[in-house]
Write a protein that binds this ligand. Structure first.
Ligand code: ZN
Length: 473
C-alpha cells in the first residue's frame, strides 16, 4: 500500500498522485502544468508510470491543472473509468474541448516556426481524444461511499472551491489492514459567496493537502467586497475600462453574483458588463442549473435570477466578432475574459488595448502562476509582451486576494484542525515557500508535515491507524 507524488509537488499546477495497492493503481487527478516557458515540453513528457497499469482515476475538480492531461492519458492508451462528482462531470467537457482547441492552435503556431518541408508539430491531444475521455467519466454523488476497485472505497465531499469540486476520502484495505487517506483537492474559502464551505472531516490516517496560499492571509469577505466596490468607484471616476482576467469557472460566476448583489449600492447600472468567454458563459449556465450546491445566500439571491444573474447591462460575447467589438469601447466597460492567468485567450486583446491607458484598471482575482502575464502584472511590470509585441503598462493593477477560489493560510489551518488526532500531512499544490510556511504552522499544532517533491513515496501500511470510520466494513 503506497502513495506516490508526481505532479503539483513543489509547485501549484499539474496535480497528479498515485495510489498502489494489491497490484492495483489508482490515479488522483491528471492535470496540466501551467506557466513557465518549459510547461509545453513538460506536459508532453512520458508519464512517470505505465499508463496501461492504471485501473481507475478519481478527479477532484474541473480546473485544467487537475483534469487537463486526462485526454493525453487516454491518447496514450487509458480506457478505464474516471470518477468525479456529477456537477464536475458537467463542467469537464467545456474545459477539455477548449483545451484541445488551444493545443491545436499551439501546434499550428509551432509549425509556422519550422523550416519548410518539416512535418507539422502535433497537438498535445485533439478533440477525438477529448470525446473518448468524456465517455470514460463516471459521475458520483457527494457523500455516498462507493467501492471503485477491490479493496478501494471512495467518497467525495464538497470542497467549496468551484462547482462540483471535491475533497476525496479514500479507504484502501490490504491483508486485513485498512488505511484512510483524505485528499483535500483544492479548498475554497470559508463564507464565500454561492458555494458551501469546505467539508469538515474528523479523522484520517494520512492527509494530502493543497497549500496554494499557505503563506498568505486574504482580506476578510466584507472588506473584500468593500474593496471591489471602491475599485469600481475609482475606475468610474477615471473614465476608463476595467479588465478582469478570470477563470471561466468559479471567478466569473462569483463576480457576476457580486455585481448583482451590490447592483444599487455600487451603481452598477453605469457600467456595461461584458462576459467575454464562451466557456465562462457555458459554465455560468451549468452553475445556475445546479442550485442544490448553493449556500443559503446564493439560494435566496437566485430566486430573483433566471439563468444567469439578472443584470440588465450584461452582454454575453459569444463570437470572436462580439469580442473584437469590445476593443472600440473606450470607457465604462467591465470586461471579464479568460484566460484567468492572462497567458492566452481573449483577455490578451483587451489588455493590449487598455494597459497603455492610465485611466484603465486591471483587476486580478485569482492565483497567478510564475511565468504568466498575470503574474507580471501583479508584480508591477512597467512593460509586458503581448502577442510578441511590447506593451507599456500604465493601467492601475489591483490584486483582490479575497476573491480567490482558494482558502488562505487561516482557512487551510481551519480545515486541518478538524482532524483529531492529528494525522500526518503531505503538502501538495503550492510553491515551495508557501508549502514550507504552511508546514511550519502545522508543526506548531503538533502535526507531522512534509512538503512533497515529485517521486516522493509514502508507505501507507506503515502509518499508525487513526481513522474512526470505515464504510467498507
Ligand atoms: Zn482549482
Amino acid at each position: 500500500m503506497e502513495l506516490e507524488f508526481f505532479g503539483a509537488a513543489g509547485e501549484v499546477t499539474g496535480s497528479c498522485h498515485i495510489l498502489r495497492m494489491g497490484g492495483r493503481q489508482l490515479l488522483l487527478d491528471c492535470g496540466m502544468i501551467q506557466g513557465g516557458r518549459d510547461a509545453p515540453e513538460r506536459n508532453r513528457l512520458p508519464f512517470p508510470f505505465a499508463v496501461a497499469s492504471i485501473d481507475a482515476v478519481v478527479l477532484s475538480h474541473a480546473h485544467i491543472d487537475h483534469c487537463g492531461r486526462l485526454p493525453l492519458l487516454v491518447k496514450r492508451g487509458y480506457r478505464g473509468p474516471i470518477y468525479t462528482n456529477g456537477a464536475c462531470a458537467e463542467l469537464v467537457p467545456i474545459l477539455l474541448r477548449d483545451s484541445a482547441k488551444l493545443a491545436l492552435a499551439d501546434a499550428e503556431r509551432a509549425s509556422r516556426r519550422l523550416p519548410p518541408g518539416a512535418s507539422m508539430a502535433t497537438p498535445l491531444y485533439d478533440l477525438a481524444d477529448v470525446e473518448t475521455t468524456l465517455g470514460l467519466l463516471r459521475p458520483i454523488p457527494y457523500d455516498l461511499p462507493r467501492t471503485l476497485l477491490p479493496g478501494i472505497t471512495v467518497r467525495v465531499r464538497d470542497a467549496g472551491h468551484i462547482l462540483g469540486s471535491s475533497s476525496v476520502e479514500l479507504w484502501a484495505g490490504e491483508g486485513g489492514a485498512t488505511r484512510k487517506l483524505v485528499f483535500s483537492g483544492d479548498l475554497g474559502q470559508y463564507d464565500t459567496p454561492i458555494l458551501h464551505d469546505p467539508w469538515r472531516f474528523e479523522s484520517a490516517d494520512v492527509v494530502l493537502m493543497e497549500s496554494t496560499y499557505g503563506n498568505r492571509l486574504h482580506r476578510g469577505r466584507a472588506d473584500t467586497e468593500r474593496e471591489l466596490g471602491d475599485i469600481l468607484a475609482q475606475a468610474a471616476r477615471d473614465g476608463g475600462n476595467v479588465i478582469v482576467p478570470a477563470f471561466a469557472i468559479g471567478r466569473s460566476q462569483e463576480l457576476l453574483y457580486l455585481l448583482a448583489k451590490h447592483y444599487a449600492q455600487w451603481q452598477v447600472a453605469r457600467w456595461k458588463i461584458f462576459l467575454d468567454s464562451p466557456m465562462a458563459i457555458a459554465a455560468s449556465r451549468i452553475y445556475w442549473r445546479n442550485p442544490d450546491r448553493f449556500d443559503e445566500e446564493a439560494s435566496r439571491l437566485r430566486a430573483g435570477f433566471r439563468g444567469l444573474p439578472a443584470l440588465p447591462n450584461l452582454v454575453l460575447a459569444e463570437s470572436a466578432d462580439d469580442s473584437r467589438a469590445i476593443n472600440n469601447v473606450r470607457g465604462g466597460a467591465i470586461v471579464i475574459a479568460g484566460s484567468g492567468m492572462a497567458n492566452g485567450g481573449r483577455v490578451l486583446h483587451h489588455l493590449r488595448h487598455n494597459l497603455p491607458r492610465p485611466e484603465c484598471h486591471v483587476l486580478i482575482v485569482g492565483f497567478q502562476a510564475p511565468g504568466t502575464l498575470g503574474r507580471q502584472l501583479v508584480d508591477g511590470a512597467p512593460e509586458v509582451r503581448i502577442h510578441g509585441r511590447p506593451v507599456r503598462n500604465a493601467a492601475k493593477v489591483h490584486t483582490l486576494g479575497g476573491l480567490s477560489a482558494h482558502g488562505d493560510q487561516g482557512d487551510l489551518l481551519r480545515w486541518y484542525d478538524s482532524f483529531t488526532p492529528r494525522p500526518p500531512v503531505y503538502l501538495v499544490h503550492g510553491e515551495v515557500a508557501s508549502a514550507e510556511a504552511l508546514a511550519g504552522k502545522l508543526r506548531e499544532r503538533g502535526a507531522v508535515a512534509t512538503v512533497t517533491r515529485p517521486g516522493l513515496k509514502v508507505d501507507l501500511s506503515a502509518l499508525e491507524s487513526l481513522a474512526r470510520d470505515n464504510p467498507s466494513t
